[in-house]
Design a protein. Structure first.
Length: 400
């Protein structure tokens, strides 16, 4: 016959009670941390990434700085080590449909020159601008060029300058130092662009492209360097990808319309990618709080959304229209193209580009299902063809 269970000795009961209290405390603490992260994510991000140091004025680069090939990640003459000339292969096993064949007229690709500005790769908060000898940011930038600028590799020339970029935190604050950091970065870009223009034949159409901070500098080049000049006539298309552009307060200042159709040249194409369910709160908050180029409020004004699968403004397309998404490997040094991976539709309410269920592209998805880092890789192959189509349209519109 089983006897009565023995009572647990008092010391053990006390220890167990304390242990359970600790577990309960840790659970409550974890819930509190998650709640704080959810409620104050923006503030914590700013604390971590926005520099708390004084802005230091940079010395101007030498007038002939960009004559040095070392000042370019990509440019003619770089050879097999040029990251922008990388051509990823298709993954036959992972593609949801057969890889598209190379166009019959691939050998007849028109000559054009691309000026590509890489996105932010400097994440430190101990300086407002990246030194050119900052090894980590330069290595990250080179990988970004390989994964993004390579979408333009059918160009006859691709130029990607190194520059003293503003740190990531400069986009998270309206402090005066942030504006000065962006001005300093743009000064390098403008100097590189002048060398690019002097180096490219005068009858060659040009394509301006950039992502994130690079898109910001593309917008400034259009408004401050090209608008109202003969150079604007040479712009076949501009891609300030990942940079929100207000149709009302920004677009008129660019000197180019939004790309309404896939056959249009001399236009602007931009988009910002979110998987569903999308939570674009921070993205829209920063957009609404930043005045437009004309100085007016951008609050609730419509955003340019050119669907990269259709090439049209506010378009929508199923995944079967996606010719190839570049899926990177773990360290971003390589990757494969997957056909039919994601759809895309411009959301009429927010102006963001919705890509359906979250695809597995790696660890760099931002909060809110924000696929900002992958804006170009998501539609790599479509963009490769889109730019060629627009250059052809530019040529056809020129007097013979």
């Amino acid at each position: 016959m089983r006897g009565k269970p023995r009572a647990m000795p008092l010391p053990w009961r006390t220890t167990l009670r304390k242990f359970l209290y600790i577990v309960a405390f840790l659970i409550v603490l974890a819930i509190a941390v998650l709640l704080v992260l959810r409620l104050y994510a923006d503030e914590l991000t700013q604390m971590a990434l926005v520099p708390d140091v004084e802005f230091t004025e940079q010395d101007a680069l030498a007038d002939n700085a960009y004559q040095d090939p070392a000042m370019w990640f990509s440019r003619p003459g770089k050879g097999v080590n040029d990251p922008a000339r990388w051509q990823p292969a298709f993954s036959e096993e992972l593609s949801t449909r057969a890889a598209p064949e190379e166009p019959e007229d691939a050998q007849d690709t028109p000559r054009f020159a691309v000026f590509f500005i890489h996105p932010t790769s400097f994440l430190d908060n101990d300086a407002w601008n990246a030194p050119l000898d900052h090894e980590d940011s330069q290595n990250r930038a080179r990988l970004m060029v390989r994964g993004m600028a390579s979408a333009f590799n059918r160009a006859s020339e691709i130029w990607v300058p190194r520059y003293r970029q503003a740190t990531y935190g400069a986009f998270l604050t309206d402090a005066p130092e942030a504006g000065r950091a962006l001005d300093a970065a743009y000064a390098d870009i403008e100097q590189a662009f002048d060398f690019f223009i002097d180096s490219v034949p005068e009858d060659t159409p040009i394509v301006l492209a950039g992502h994130s901070q690079g898109g910001y500098h593309v917008v400034r080049l259009l408004t401050e360097r090209l608008k109202g000049t003969p150079l604007m006539e040479r712009v076949a298309v501009a891609y300030p990808v990942g940079m929100p552009i207000s149709i009302e307060t920004d677009l008129p200042a660019l000197g180019l319309p939004a790309c309404a159709t896939a056959q249009q040249a001399g236009c602007v194409a931009s988009w910002a990618s979110f998987a569903e369910p999308a939570e674009p709160g921070q993205y829209l908050r920063l957009y609404n709080e930043t005045p437009g180029i004309d100085g007016q409020s951008r609050t609730d004004t419509p955003i340019v959304c050119v669907n990269p699968l259709t090439g049209s403004l506010n378009g929508s397309a199923d995944a079967e229209r996606n010719l190839g998404t570049l899926v990177p490997d773990g360290d971003l040094a390589n990757g494969e193209l997957i056909a039919g991976a994601v759809p895309a539709r411009c959301d009429p309410d927010t102006g963001i580009l919705l890509i359906g269920d979250p695809p597995d592209l790696g660890q760099y998805v931002l909060p809110g299902n924000n696929y900002h880092v992958y804006d170009i890789p998501l539609f790599w192959r479509n963009l490769q063809q889109d730019v060629v189509n627009r250059v052809r349209a530019w040529q056809q519109a020129r007097p013979s």
